[in-house]
Ligand binder design. Structure first.
Ligand code: NDP
Length: 328
């Protein structure tokens, strides 16, 4: 591909701006693998980058887009061959290295994961960073001894990307899932994904007591702040909460009571710098465990050209599930 379209974020004295440009391979940053991008997606973090609401972009100019999938066109990396179908999530792509909102990408082959053959290109982006994060959270819960017989689990930010995939995964593994959402109109959607109970997120949004009634054996929190503190204070003895998000806030005002009186574990989840072996494990588990029919029901497909308009929507919590963006 001689030339391709790319969304370029630039910064000047007048502020930041986005513009579509025709670029060539020589305009891309250094890397030992080139990929023809077929699909990308929009995550909450992409929304922050595109709107400038948080300093996600740390090198200017930048092609945003923290995820993409596509076909390798050239490789000087020993483990990557031309023609390989690959997935990229994280590693600072779309933040400090040119990202997925472009027809081509060039980057370090160490960052790529081979797309499991069970997953189509579109499905891999329906999963994206959000779905990978949900799977990393499930793995963390399992490593801390959580099993379905221990009791119900809670998922916050339920109708968002991480939340929707987390519900599908946990329900598929046999857990009774409580979904916490601010959108009561999405209760039928959440139940169709496998939630057994839907609660109003307002119940968890205020300051937490040191210890509350023990309501769940574990959970996945995409929200942070008071919500995470409440989750910890309401987790059963010996349970684990996996924390991966900050949709309510970055603060965490709680007490140590859940840790020292109930032996609760707070497991931190980071998808950006997650080691390659853990990513491969998570993608294999996604290929094996994620119900593909349910994945389809949470997915909307749009052309990449519409990404700018989607950014304020995802930050406002108005996007349900996941959005796949078609590049070519
Ligand atoms: P989405 O925007 O798709 O989902 C976020 C959901 O959070 C919303 O849909 C909404 O769910 C809920 N929410 C929004 N605002 C608030 C609020 N003020 N109080 C409580 N709940 C709120 O984003 P993603 O699923 O892509 O990401 C979710 C979070 O996880 C983000 O904070 C993101 O930065 C983080 N993240 C972290 C990763 C990591 O590596 N640790 C990787 C990926 C994401 P509802 O309407 O159901 O209430």
């Amino acid at each position: 591909m001689a030339n391709f379209r790319a969304l370029l974020a630039t910064k000047s004295d007048a502020g930041t701006s986005l513009a579509w440009r025709n670029l060539g391979l020589d305009d891309l940053m250094d890397g030992n693998v080139s990929v023809a991008v077929s699909h990308t997606t929009i995550n909450y973090k992409d929304g922050l980058a595109l709107t400038g609401k948080a300093p996600v972009i740390r090198r200017w100019p930048m092609i945003p887009g923290i995820d993409f999938t596509g076909s390798v066109t050239h490789s000087d990396h020993a483990d990557v061959q031309a023609g390989d179908q690959v997935v990229l999530t994280g590693w600072g792509v779309g933040e400090t290295h040119y990202g997925g909102y472009a027809g081509m990408a060039r980057l370090n082959g160490d960052w790529l994961v081979k797309r499991p053959p069970q997953l189509s290109a579109a499905e891999s982006m329906a999963i994206g960073t959000a779905g990978l994060t949900a799977m990393l959270a499930v793995l963390a819960l399992e490593r801390n001894g959580l099993t379905p017989d221990r009791g119900p689990v809670i998922v916050t930010g339920a109708a968002g990307g991480v939340g929707s995939v987390a519900i599908i995964l946990l329900a598929g593994l046999g857990y009774a899932v409580t979904a916490s959402t601010g959108r009561s109109s999405e209760a039928p959607y959440l139940k169709a994904l496998g939630a057994t109970e839907v609660i109003d997120r307002a119940q968890l949004a205020g300051p937490a007591r040191p210890l509350g009634k023990e309501r769940w054996a574990g959970g996945i929190d995409a929200v942070g702040s008071h919500t995470l503190a409440n989750l910890l204070s309401m987790t059963q003895y010996g349970g684990t909460i996996a924390a991966c998000g900050l949709a309510q806030g970055m603060d965490l005002a709680g007490s140590v009571a859940p840790f020292i009186l109930r032996g609760i574990t707070l497991a931190g989840i980071d998808s950006v710098m997650a080691p390659a072996a853990l990513r491969r494990e998570a993608w294999q588990r996604l290929a094996r465990d994620l119900d593909r029919d349910k994945l389809r029901t949470i997915t909307t497909t749009r052309p990449l050209s519409e990404v700018e308009g989607l950014a304020p929507e995802i930050l406002a919590g108005r996007i349900r599930g996941r959005v796949v963006l078609e590049v070519s």
